[in-house]
Design a protein around this ligand. Sequence first.
Ligand code: GCW
Length: 699
Amino acid sequence: MSVPVTGRLSADSGESAWHAAWLPTAAFRELGSRPVLVHGDGLLVDTVLDEVSRACARYGGRLWHGPPWPVDADLVLALRGAGPVPNAAAETVRLGATPAVNGTGDGALGDEGYLLTRASGVTVVLADAPAGLLYGMFHVVRLGAAAFHDDLPARRHRPALDRRMLDHWDNVALHPVSGQVERGYAGGSLFWRDGAARHEPARLRDYARLLAACGVNAICVNNVNVHDTEALLLTDRLGDVAEIAEVFRPYGIRVHLAVTFAAPVVLGGLPTADPLDERVRDWWAAATRRVYQRIPDFGGYLVKADSEGRPGPFAYGRDHADGANLLAEALAPHGGVVRWRAFVYDHHQDWRDRSTDRARAAHDHFAPLDGRFADNVIVQVKFGPIDFQPREPVSPVLAAMPATRLAVEVQATQEYTGQQRHVCYLGPWWSEVLRFRPHGAAGDTIADVAGAGGGLVAVSNVGDDPFWTGHPLAQANLYAFGRLAWDPLLDPGAILDEWIDLTWLPVTSGDPEALRRTMHAIMDDSWRTYERYTAPLGVGFMVRPGHHYGPDVDGYEYTQWGTYHFADRDGVGVDRTRATGTGFTGQYPPPWSEVYESRDRCPDELLLFFHHVPYRHVLHSGRTVIQHIYDTHFAGVEEVAAMRERWRLLAGALAPAVHDRVAERLDEQLRSAVEWRDQINTYFFRKSGVPDAHGRRIH
Ligand code: GCW
């Protein structure tokens, strides 16, 4: 590269057409106003060069990537293996400082890690692989001026989880029921529109940047419900997938494809998709070979099989290990993985039959298969036993398959948490799940399970909306997902701080401290607020069937879906005990098998998930169940009203388009919260006949 690189202004960053999210131009000011030296080569190093040169062009800094080297640099980004760094301070770090850093001894940085330190007035990022340099650069951006303070702590940074993935439930063709994006609340798909690829690389590239800047390194580009058009992505439409992969590759993101288990039949014309049939195995091997010819770094397949009507191995009398291993065999020679979802349950249940329990299903199907999956199978498990509710226990599958690589799936798209019309910052919820220890205090956390296996996955909340996520504040969920996947022990409040600093402080015209305080006040506890005004004490659902927005207490009570609350005049909740219920508590190892079994020891917030109790049952909080329901529902609405007032104070501090968008959604959130409150309170008042102790209005 010529010296010095003057950089170029982005011709296609498109910042006017869509929000810059956590990468506003101004976030690059500190980095871009300095002499920067980049040492090393590779595709992702080119990305670093591109980012730095653009920043320098804008803010007056200079970038060197070849001799003659600058005498001084404020920032050095270097690959350790690229040879001596032409900067004395950085070279000293390269030659010996790593064992001292972070007390780690071995100094290993891995494929994505980096060392960030400050030496003799120079900020130094060292990595062993280009991806590490890219992540290190984004870390410098995140720190802003603090990256250039002499008290910058020396630290080695490595992701705790190797696989940090976003699954898009995007359809290529507009689906008559699920639309362009199944459970999408942010407009259309970034990839597809009306049956074809969008071919809009500029916007995709900005998306890839956002993902890389928060640590995501894998995406699946289509819905797990693979319909006819989407099935063709594996074959006839593979070129579209390759095109997307081209855009994501420079940001260290590998592309995956959701495939239908019936592909050999629907695409290959075979009479069967039986996983043990030779022709089927050959078909998958050949199809997969063609994928890798087009996309050499292809990540692998994602499969939803024998679930909600999707085809799967059961049709041939085979189990899920047979099914997953079939695809694993095809992918193994190319280094790919199959991500096989554990979301398998009977969706034609009879509500009269109390012995069937949807919560049990994943464990019943998968735990017995532990040890039978090929090495390159990742079993992808929803974090809870039911379905992404705002409160569920952690899935017992995550404690039951030590010989299987497991991935933990969360839902950034807010299907059950307000559909991006409600503010619901999910960082604290995911953090709670990741810190949970299914074997008790001395055992591993869920983050450890994910770290040892298939990592963390979120269903994406992004679409072609100008704010990416519909609700501008829902961007925080995407950001927090990436950061928690990188380091599950991060404090969700601190992540929010990062996101506010990066996204909003550079663009506010008001008092930054006031903005930060207000955003925290609105968002910190917003998940618990949402929980307060919706289904109580972990019982879940109570949403309107189909679209899942707004309250309908009995909407699913007499349906086939297995999501019941069993409220009657005496009490409410699902008896999942071994003693008298479905036995689900027995799927947990101790101590939780005992804690959940016991009505007295079960945590309040999960009581109705595990037990059917009388309305006057007294919680650990000292309140009765019925009074808890009333109190939390009144409180939840008040909290939303307070959020709305707080947001009003920010008028003038943010661009009107952002302010109005959030304000409009807070109006709807308040309307909806009132509706929830009134329906839930009225329902339980009518069932129980117990009045509110405080005499508030119940209809
Ligand atoms: O909760 C359900 C959703 C479906 C989704 C399914 C799944 C993609 O309502 O829309 O299908 O979960 O996770 O497969």
